[in-house]
Ligand binder design. Sequence first.
Ligand code: SF4
Length: 447
Amino acid sequence: MLGFILRKTVSEGNILPLTSTCNLRCIFCSNAQNPKGVETFFLPPLPLPLVRQLIALLDPRRKIIIGEAASRLTEGEPLTHPDFWTILAIIRRIYPKTTIQITTNGWLLNRTAIKKLSDMRPLEINLSLNSATPRGRWLLMGDRRASRVLEAADLLAEAGITYHGSIVAMPHLVGWQDLKLSCSFLQEHGAATIRIFLPGFTKLTLLALRFDPRIIYHKLRQFQKEQEAVSNIPLLLEPFLWEDWRGLQARVAGVIPGSPAESAGIRRGDIIKSVNGNPVKSRVDAFKRVYKSVHPCLEREGREFPVSFWKEKHDGAGIVMNYDLDWVLVKKARRVIRDHKARNVLVLTSIWGMPWLRAVLPEWEGDGAKIHLAAVSNGFFGGSIASAGLLTTLDFRKTLREIIENQGDVFDLVLLPGIAFDSSGRDLLGRHYSRLQCLTRGRVRIV
Ligand code: SF4
């Protein structure tokens, strides 16, 4: 089973898992907050022969990702793997031109390590900083030697290695001043972008660590606007919620200084209408079109002339956008509705996903089907969790039952968000979605 998950993680996401071990103890680390029953795997450092086999499955045309959390695999710090540098050298030997992206807490990035990274380019670092103050780092990550990571950020910038900083925002714990200082630190020490995450908490999280997510999110939005006014470094707030973001318009959230997009005159706030003559449907759609193109030509709202620039295929242009809706999924859902000749369709989604899907109803109803949208609460994880990726069959079962009790078993197709399931159709509890089939006469499908 674990071997299957490892291979899938590599072949689907181009993510190379190395280890679940970590040298820090973050209070927001998802590893400690999962309710009983969640099927996760703790990876001791993977043996080198196995890593070699996984490396052979990587796709050289896509960015190779190391250190990123992958669905059922417990997250860890990749640099704690005893063979980390050997592994990196193997990857570079086999795939000399592919960009490697490493997510790290930065604690092991000393001068020698950064010199080695420098020799492995093309490469970029996601630095999980979280706080730039000794008190904040101690409270959030159990880090007693803050200077190590702060120095690492400086060394990365000095070596000219692109790095992106991230902060899990817990101002209710460390204070807003801490958040401000941490953002300023990244802005002043060479980060290409900054991502601020609103952390989630489950029903198992200690009461002292909980907060009102609506209030904090609203304040973080204000904070983001203030920061944008004083810096041109792109700053994203995640999750990206629908409220006050002007729907699916492909609005540029920021442009990386010195990038091809910046040289071409693209600026934060620009709204991209088309890429290479193709009208764009969402931010994700626009981003993907630019990403795939070598010489993208962009039309922007309110601008008379299009702009174009050169870049490598599958390289970033420097345009930073929030994640909204992948139009590939919207089209896939339409195809499934059509293939099933469904007239009455129930689409189950998460609380956060609901407003985005409302915006695509006309697309799905274009073939005459009647679509009923319903939001499913993350009852299994509880707390502040409201995302589709953490829904389970138990949550879908509860909502589906209630809807059928109220409206009757009238749907000839029930669609579930594919992100809640792995490639074999199993949720985080290891339960297959087909278990829901006995509740309804309609066909149950994932998209
Ligand atoms: S650095 Fe990452 S893996 Fe380590 S404790 Fe923090 S969140 Fe968890």
